[in-house]
Ligand binder design. Structure first.
Ligand SMILES: [Fe+2]
Ligand SMILES: [Fe+2]
Length: 209
């Protein structure tokens, strides 16, 4: 006599495995994005120090940062988080309250990124912009981004993992914008080549120190 699991049990087990996988994939994607964004914020900070000390940041790197910030984070990462946040608000309004208004914070990030982009363009065109103004605009973006990421890691993601249902994660995954990361993704062109090479050099340097 053969002992084997009946088909419905197998089906249920497979479904539960898929659900667990979807939740961990969504959160893993968001966490991986944070690691990548944090690397870029470190690069930005380093460029600001170079600007303060020697007066010459790498303009190609700054332009690459501006372009990337208005691409993948705005087109994929933040919309995906907004979808998770809306579900959290439905499932656990008190937890959502403690997270704060994610969508509003993403709007602030978008306008700080735009302001930073304008400041970089002005510096590149050698328009009259006081150095302190540029520094202030860039550091405002840097500080807000880092604080936002930390808060999501510590408060938002654990709250979502705790409150959302398996079906919620499936719906979020199905509605995800699906924008490929043009810098850190698997299928990237050579559009961000300068920034990519800079990051590789930066990593090599930091491994040696
Ligand atoms: Fe966010
Ligand atoms: Fe985030």
């Amino acid at each position: 006599m053969f002992l084997c699991a009946p088909a419905p049990s197998l089906h249920l087990a497979l479904r539960q495995t898929r659900i667990a996988l979807v939740m961990s994939q969504v959160i893993a994607t968001l966490r991986r994005d944070h690691v990548n964004l944090s690397r870029l914020l470190n690069v930005l900070e380093h460029q600001l120090t170079a600007f303060d000390e020697a007066g010459a940041p790498d303009y190609d790197v700054l332009e690459g940062l501006v372009e990337y910030f208005s691409d993948y984070p705005d087109l994929h990462h933040h919309p995906l988080e907004n979808a998770v946040f809306r579900k959290l608000r439905e499932r656990d309004p008190a937890a959502a309250e403690s997270v704060g208004d994610q969508e509003a914070e993403h709007q602030i990030l978008r306008s700080l990124s735009e302001k930073f982009g304008e400041a970089v363009r002005n510096v590149v065109m050698e328009a009259e912009i006081p150095r302190e103004n540029f520094d202030h605009i860039a550091r405002e973006l840097l500080t807000f981004y880092r604080h936002h990421i930390k808060q999501e890691e510590v408060v938002f993601f654990p709250a979502a993992e705790n409150a959302l249902t398996p079906q919620d994660w499936i719906e979020i995954e199905q509605a995800a914008p699906g924008r490929e990361d043009p810098l850190f993704g698997e299928k990237t062109g050579d559009h961000f080549e300068t920034l990519r090479r800079h990051l590789m050099a930066w990593d090599r340097e930091n491994q040696q120190t």
